[in-house]
Design a protein around this ligand. Sequence first.
Ligand SMILES: [Zn+2]
Length: 46
Amino acid sequence: MRILLVRCNKCGKAQKYQAKSLILGDKRKECVYCGKSFLVRENIIQ
Ligand SMILES: [Zn+2]
């Protein structure tokens, strides 16, 4: 398991994402700040 830093593409806030697999595919994360879900792999900071 690894922790990625991702950024919400709606409100722009950075947050952590716990990746259970190295293959992200089309996994989405719900933003903890605004509630919008976004595609994890397209919004990775590091
Ligand atoms: Zn957001």
